[in-house]
Design a protein. Sequence first.
Length: 183
Amino acid sequence: MTGHLEERGNGSSQWEFILLGVSDQPRLEMLLFMVFLVLYILNLLGNLAIIVVLWLEPILHTPMYFFLSNLSFLDLCYTASTIPQMLVNFRSTHKSISWAGCVAQFYVFLSLGCTECLLLAVMAYDRYVAICQPLRYTIIMSRRLCLQMAATIWLSGFGNSMLQVILTMRLPGCGRNRVDHFF
């Protein structure tokens, strides 16, 4: 998208999206705000508790729990990529997101989703090795291999999504900036 920032009659521009959601029902917005706020706080506290316990307890420093702590961190990031903006929009009169903000949110959300799929596959492989090769498990699933696998899935998730976002952003826009969505 190239060109200048074009103002429209209603004060919005082609470089921002107006998020409609349930803006015509303010009581429902307040209820949804409270529900999502409570769930978001519980999510943050639960995942942080898992990470702290797994980090502090030496007996849990095994591959399975290493990947579980990665999954908890991933879940923290995943919800933080959308829920705060959604909460702001529930309480705001001007419910919008800039084009750049939308692209950034899309990239982070897609990257974390891709990374989660890869992480779940690695966790399945870990359990496969633990069940099918119990005597060789500690040799196969060494700390070095676990770190390499974690780094690979994080880099792959973000790299793959970068390509998808670039290709998506090259598509022509339809000109409609009102979106029936929450985030």
